[in-house]
Design a protein around this ligand. Structure first.
Ligand code: NDP
Length: 475
């Protein structure tokens, strides 16, 4: 069985407790590697290493620092196949998804921020008697915490801007999907990243993660994960007045108007509902369909969903792999039972998929649930969507906004004015019109309401990972 190790001060080390946590392959339901069960002492060592490396890294000429990010991208690319396969095995998601999305996008994240920091500039303001200019200095040692659904993709989305801006890093990936983060450390070692600039500690959220959040020398926390964990992290970080970026849960609406490009809306909505078994914070889990279109769209949607192939994630024909863990499998199934008890009618799916082992769930479509039902309000984060008809634009808006969350919304219409009106009134940080998951790395990314605080991406990320200091000089 492979042993994953922490990466501290440029060395691979076990936890000081010498305890390990099993790492499970969700498609097999069995352990295939183990990770260190790190504690506050390990976090302390990592923060110390990051503090030691800070003066050199933060003062390194920009071109040299950006060059390291390019080398990290090249290093992942050189092992592309290995990374794609490892992400597939560790998460249970289809290999084709890791090849098309997870790993290429992780590489792009490093390339993008290597380039963005070369273009990054700060403001200056001039009047008759004075000049103000704003320095953008690194924050210091920063803590990065990521979830299990897009392991390397979301972690690299934080590491790249943090390092580019001159910070040193202590990162903690999810204990459920640690493998590609471990492999990334090997890339860091291979390219000769100065020791201590990047450190990674594995372990559970409440022990390892919380020790990182609470560490007094960690100046900023960038977190992606569930809303309740985000609240807990805020309660630990806020009394120390740390900078905090929280990317949290979602319950996203997909709104399909009768005037939409039907074929495109149908095909993409199947993707937006079920990509990665519905385990993407941006997935549309509540589909609102204009009443005149509802019966046809529902029937065609259900027929398409029935053609999705559930099975071995390593098989390139597979559309739907396993969900990430046994605990999550049970959680998703319990929500399907809840939906039934709340009056929902299962149109397809609704039970575990046939498999020799592992945690597979049939893609599930439910109708007939009121918007206030728990199944329509709480984040299920699995291959489960609900369908609901609406009569008017106003009603579509009311239903879409009837959620504590506000991460993403998708609108399908060919009426440009309607699209703009919806975009203005939908309560979400990301609005897609006639598309889904299209990304431009320069744009702000994140949610409102219970979906988070702050934005990642482009300049927003570089601003988060720098401390603005204004200097005023009188002539
Ligand atoms: P969790 O909130 O359970 O965990 C996220 C990370 O936080 C993990 O590394 C976890 O460690 C760690 N953690 C848990 N408790 C603490 C703590 N007390 N202090 C510090 N760290 C802690 O989320 P999941 O991993 O279950 O991911 C799914 C969630 O992430 C969904 O709600 C989804 O919507 C959200 N998400 C949001 C995105 C966005 O951009 N808004 C993008 C992707 C996902 P461990 O795993 O070891 O417990």
């Amino acid at each position: 069985m492979d042993t994953i190790l922490n990466y501290i001060a440029g060395k691979f080390v076990p936890s000081s407790s010498d305890h390990f946590i099993p790492n499970i392959n969700p498609a097999r339901g069995e352990a295939y590697s183990r990770i260190p069960d790190s504690n506050a002492d390990d976090v302390n060592l990592a923060v110390e290493a990051a503090s030691m490396a800070l003066p050199i890294w933060s003062k390194m000429p920009l071109e040299e620092r950006a060059g390291y990010l390019d080398k990290i991208a090249d290093g992942i690319e050189a092992r592309l196949e290995e990374f794609c396969r490892a992400e597939c095995v560790d998460t249970g998601k289809p290999l084709q998804l890791t090849e098309q999305v997870d790993i290429p996008r992780s590489i792009q994240n490093f390339r993008f921020f290597a380039s963005a920091i070369r273009q990054f500039s700060s403001e200056s303001h001039l009047d008759a008697s004075s000049l103000n200019y704003t320095r953008r200095d690194p924050v210091g040692v920063v803590g990065l915490i990521s979830p299990w659904n897009l392991p390397l993709y979301l972690l690299s989305w934080k590491i790249a801007p943090a390092l580019a801006a001159g910070n040193t890093v202590v990162a903690k990936p999810s204990e459920v999907t640690p493998m590609t983060a471990f492999m990334l450390c090997k890339v860091m070692e291979e390219i000769g990243l100065p020791q201590g600039v990047f450190n990674l500690v594995h372990g559970s959220g409440p022990s390892t993660g919380e020790a990182l959040v609470g560490h007094p020398r960690v100046k900023a926390i960038s977190f992606t994960g569930g809303t309740s964990t985000g609240k807990r992290i805020a309660s630990v970080a806020a009394p120390q007045l740390k900078k905090l970026s929280l990317e949290l849960g979602g319950k996203n609406a997909g709104v399909i108007f009768a005037d939409a490009d039907y074929d495109k809306a149908l095909a993409r909505t199947v993707r937006s509902a079920f990509t990665n078994q519905g385990q993407i914070c941006l997935c549309t889990s509540r589909l609102l369909i204009e009443e005149s279109l509802y019966p046809k769209f529902r029937d065609d949607f259900v027929s398409r969903v029935r053609t999705l192939k559930v099975g071995d994630p390593l098989n390139r024909q597979t559309d739907q792999g396993a969900v990430v863990s046994e605990a999550h499998f049970n959680k998703v199934l319990s929500y399907i039972e809840l939906a039934k008890s709340e009056g929902g009618k299962i149109l397809t799916g609704g039970k575990p998929a046939k498999a020799e082992s592992g945690w597979f769930i049939e893609p599930t479509v439910i109708e007939g649930l009121p918007m206030e039902s728990r199944a329509n309000q709480e984040e299920i984060f699995g291959p489960v969507v609900t369908l609901m008809p609406f009569k008017s634009e106003i009603e579509a808006l009311r239903l879409a906004n009837s959620s504590i969350y506000g991460l993403a919304s998708v609108v399908w219409t060919s009426d440009l004015n309607k699209a703009h009106r919806m975009a203005e009134r939908l309560e979400a940080g990301i609005i897609w019109i006639n598309t889904w998951m299209k990304r431009d790395l320069r744009t702000p990314f994140g949610g409102m309401k219970a979906s988070g605080m702050g934005r990642e991406g482009g300049l927003e990320a570089l601003r988060f990972f720098t401390e603005p200091k204004n200097v005023c000089i009188e002539f």
